[in-house]
Ligand binder design. Structure first.
Ligand code: C2O
Ligand code: CU
Ligand code: CU
Length: 471
């Protein structure tokens, strides 16, 4: 039976076999290689405004060191999957060949496309099967997106075995187009001492998986050179790892979030928290010629079980060359001015113990329910401006992600204290502290079924997900 979680209990799940596996030492992977650029998915169409390509999902052996070959699941044989780059209003046609032994879908995270093309778990591509996704990129949606599997019950494993890739939508009138650009795609890798991808432990299922290696563009602790004001697109594609990015000796401006550019640049004065699935666009201006560590600063997200607080970790090495600061444009984007809300919704996150659940023994629920593919949890009227309040009534941080729309955060409320966001931004994923109440404004402009869920991918896979019908 379900029981309410007693948070004072002393759970030691660390030797809960068969999940406890010996892990590879972090000194086993080489570090300090130059940051690789992301390979592009080649456009096979020569028609103006059309992007056509094929993704093959398959098991791929990748040699990480001369004596270590690891089997990943990949898109087109690479980690991360190939980078898709298109322009607003382009027509995209991507054929997916599923050569895995289990069903999958491809979800185009953050893109505003029809629900039947968005890789819902109801629309799986069977093992050995294929399908073509086809959609047109709406005008005004230039931004930093990504793609990953979204099948039923399989997402956590498919993501930790390597399936994820980047998707950039460009605008022909990009105010920052003249700047050099880099891409930092963060992913997480957990290897056994045999160099194979480890299964999830009980703690991984509870807290979200974290491996011993954080990779950037598939590379462990790379060297990154920045010698002038540079635009950086950053993705957190980790299953459960929170990144709290610190970039020393630089002025760092946040210029874009999940759904595109901010209205104006925002100078960061503290590390940038990026929870799983969030993206950011930064302008980095080195103030000092120096070599420094790119780090994730320990962020306490109140995990369950006997887990020590998060340490600072080194992500890479930055070689900075002092350069003349540049003046950024004052106006970057015109964000939609959402009017008053005509409908309100309330979501509540809770946790229950469930020892019948082999994956972690804890379930995280939305409005008391576990995901059910045949149940519609909420309904929205197409084009209605809605206000959603999401209340994290649990003991750990979770984030909130919804398909089909970019929302704007209105307020945060924690311990009875209400605060306004520091900047207005287009978001499809946002963190909630324990007991935080978040209010967003959102408008769904396409009909059909949309998922919303926590993007700690283990929570999503074990059912912390609901379904919205837009009609
Ligand atoms: Cu990144 Cu529902 O997904
Ligand atoms: Cu999504
Ligand atoms: Cu969660």
């Amino acid at each position: 039976m379900h029981q309410h979680m007693n948070m004072n209990m002393n759970m030691d799940m660390s030797n809960n076999s068969p999940m406890s596996q010996k892990l590879l030492s972090t000194s086993a992977l080489p570090q300090g290689m130059n940051l690789p650029t992301l390979a592009n998915l080649k456009n096979e169409s020569n028609q103006e405004g059309v992007f056509e390509a094929t993704l093959h999902l398959k098991s791929t052996k990748i040699t990480l060191t001369p004596d270590l070959t690891t089997e990943f699941w990949t898109y087109n044989g690479m980690i991360p999957g190939p980078k898709i780059e298109v322009f607003e209003e382009d027509h995209v046609k991507i054929t997916v060949k599923n050569e895995l032994t289990q069903p999958t879908t491809v979800h185009w995270h953050g893109l505003l496309i029809p629900s039947d093309q968005d890789g819902n778990p109801q629309n799986e591509i069977p093992a050995g099967g294929s399908r073509t996704y086809e959609f047109t990129i709406p005008k005004g949606t230039a931004g930093t997106y990504w793609y990953h599997p979204h099948g039923h019950n399989t997402v956590a494993e498919q993501v930790y075995r390597g399936l994820a890739g980047t998707f950039i939508v460009r605008s022909k009138h990009d105010p920052l187009a003249s700047l050099p650009e880099q891409h930092w795609f963060f992913s997480d890798l957990k290897l056994t001492d045999k160099g194979q991808i480890a299964d999830n432990s009980m703690l991984d299922w509870m807290n979200g998986r974290e491996g011993q290696f954080v990779l950037i563009n598939g590379c462990y602790r790379p060297k990154i050179k920045i010698d002038s004001a540079t635009r950086i697109r950053v993705w957190n594609s980790c299953s459960g790892r929170y990144l709290n990015l610190s970039i020393p000796n630089c002025d760092v401006y946040l210029v874009g979030t999940d759904g595109g550019l901010l209205a104006k640049p925002y100078l960061l004065t503290k590390p940038l928290l990026l929870t799983p699935a969030e993206r950011a666009e930064l302008i980095i201006m080195p103030k000092q010629t120096s070599t420094v560590y790119l780090q994730s600063i320990g962020y306490d997200r109140n995990k369950m079980g006997n887990v020590p607080p998060e340490q600072d970790i080194i992500l890479g090495e930055l070689t900075l060359t002092k350069s003349e600061p540049i003046t950024l444009p004052n106006t970057l984007n015109h964000l939609p001015n959402m009017g008053p809300a005509v409908a309100h919704k309330l979501l509540e996150y809770t946790e229950v113990m469930d020892m019948k659940e082999p994956r972690g023994g804890v379930l995280f629920l939305i409005n008391g329910k576990r995901h059910d593919m045949s149940r519609i949890d909420l309904k929205s009227k197409i084009h209605d401006i809605e206000e959603w309040t999401i209340f994290n009534n649990s003991h750990m941080d979770h984030n909130f992600h919804i398909h089909g729309a970019q929302f704007i955060v209105q307020s945060h409320e924690l311990n009875g204290k209400k605060t306004q966001p520091e900047y207005i931004a287009l978001k499809d994923t946002i963190n909630l502290r324990p007991h935080e109440k978040l209010t967003i404004k959102i408008q769904q402009n396409l009909p059909g079924l949309r998922m919303y869920h926590c993007h700690i991918i283990e929570h999503e896979t074990t059912g912390m997900m609901g379904q919205l019908m837009v009609e």
